[in-house]
Write a protein that binds this ligand. Structure first.
Ligand code: ACO
Length: 436
């Protein structure tokens, strides 16, 4: 609920004063409502990267970047990872409440029914060149879903949000596992109705006709934890893409496909793969300080991947949980990954270095995630796909919230810095040019 403004900010432009309402939410940042600014003054606001702009009202997740807190629908992530499973969190994000027993059963049934991909879509996988990144395959396949599944119009999708949500969450999991199987030249494994969401995914990834996969309960629990921690993160880059594209009333599948493309970037979800590549480089070189120096050098584009965040000014609370889980799991499976040691040493050096301390740069969610995925047997080019699977409920929840709130089409302004009017005589007439 948006509270009625109790305070106003006064903006002075020359000798004119404009009264702008101050908007307060339940918690967190207050904002100055500038929606009438252009009409009243002819001016607009400038905020590249939108770091100071609330582009919407939302009640899905809350971050306190100073304290390092993250809550979904009011519930801290620390509670959720201890007490519920990923499908509960998916339901919570989309519906606002954790599911009761009957709601959970229905949602689970839907996830099962919708887990099969249209058989004709399987041929698509054969057409991608060998070595295609699974994130590219995934965004293409999801975009294609609109052609295979009827009722993609906005109203049908929003009216039957449970089915739409279950279909996209469930099928994408199947597509991701199929993409992996294709990439290693093995036959695909179909989803099973007797397995939970995460166990099913692991089975589709790793079962084979010649080597049955043993589903380890601790690996399933861990995947649940990782998926829960990645499920939503308010107005991050890919969610902003989802809300922007969705505001043009594009169908859900095309919208999610765009979110996946945004997530694939190395400054966003692609960072989990980039972290492992960086840790391997540091490990092989052996000189951590050299890489820290490179990250600090103004003339070097190198950054410490998995460090820094637009919102957190302290440790990312997800990284804190994943760091601990990482140590526990590697101990449990007797895995001695030298990259974990490199990560610990890098964290220790960087978090004491004035450059990182002054800029409040701490490990983010991606710093330890890749090491865990490696230990679980997930190949590196699938890391960002794992992030995408986990983020689906968040994207769907934001899409639903945006559609339901009657949001106007997203259409920002700009400050034009190009050429002034070019005179007509300076534009050569090329209609009779011989060069076609
Ligand atoms: N290594 C070295 N320096 C850094 C790093 C880093 N990882 N991150 C930020 N800085 C420096 C910048 O050079 C800048 O320094 P300056 O003030 O001297 O110019 C300052 O810290 C602020 O950096 P910005 O880029 O302005 O911060 P912004 O909030 O725009 O970027 C981002 C956040 C993209 C996450 C950035 O910290 C980064 O590139 N990190 C590495 C990539 C990464 O881990 N991404 C995953 C983020 S989590 C997620 O998306 C799921």
């Amino acid at each position: 609920m948006v509270k009625k403004p109790a305070e106003f900010a006064i903006l002075k432009i020359g000798d004119r004063e404009v009264k702008l309402p101050i908007i307060a939410g339940t918690e967190g940042d207050c904002g100055i409502d500038v929606s009438s600014l252009r009409k009243e003054t002819g001016m607009i606001t400038v905020d590249p990267g939108l770091g100071n702009t609330a582009a919407c009202y939302s009640s899905i997740s809350y971050i306190n970047g100073e304290k390092g807190e993250l809550r979904y629908r009011g519930i801290p992530i620390e509670e959720l990872v201890k007490k519920v499973q990923f499908i509960d969190v998916a339901y919570l994000l989309v519906h606002g409440e954790l599911p009761g027993t009957e709601e959970r059963r229905k949602f689970s049934d839907l996830l099962n029914v919708d887990s099969l991909m249209h058989e004709d879509m399987r041929h698509f996988f054969d057409l991608f060149p060998q070595g295609s990144h699974p994130m590219h395959i995934l965004s293409t396949m999801i975009n294609a879903m609109a052609s295979f599944y009827p009722n993609v119009d906005l109203k049908s999708l929003a009216d039957d949000i449970d089915s739409s949500c279950a279909r996209v969450i469930s099928i994408v999991r199947t597509m991701a596992a199929f993409a992996y199987k294709k990439s290693i030249g093995e036959p695909v494994v179909y989803p099973r109705h007797d397995l939970s969401y995460c166990a099913n995914f692991l089975n589709m990834m790793f079962d084979s006709p010649v080597k049955p996969y043993h589903i380890h309960p601790e690996t399933v629990r861990l995947l649940n934890v990782l998926f829960i921690l990645h499920a939503d993160h308010e107005q991050n880059c890919s969610t902003t893409v989802v809300r922007s594209i969705g505001s043009a009333q594009v169908n859900l599948y095309a919208t999610i496909s765009a979110g996946i493309s945004a997530l694939s970037g190395p400054l966003h979800g692609g960072a989990n793969q980039a972290v492992i590549e960086m840790l391997r480089m540091i490990h092989e070189d052996g000189d951590i300080n050299k890489f820290v120096r490179m990250a600090k050098a103004k003339d070097n584009a190198f950054r410490l991947m998995g460090f820094g965040h637009r919102v957190y000014r302290t440790f990312d609370p997800r990284a804190v949980i994943i760091r601990q889980e990482c140590e526990n799991y590697l101990n449990l499976i007797h895995c001695n990954d030298p990259l974990l040691d490199t990560a610990h040493r890098l964290e220790e050096i960087a978090t004491k270095d004035p450059y990182f301390v002054d800029r409040q740069l701490y490990p983010n969610v991606d710093f330890y995630t890749g090491i865990l995925y490696r230990a679980m047997g997930i190949p590196e080019n699938m890391f960002t796909v794992m992030f995408a699977l986990a983020r689906l409920p968040g994207w769907v929840a934001h899409w639903k919230e945006m559609i339901g709130s009657g949001t106007k089409i997203v259409r920002p302004r700009q400050i034009y810095i190009g050429k002034e009017l070019v005179a007509s005589e300076e534009v050569e007439d090329r209609n009779n040019s011989k060069i076609i």
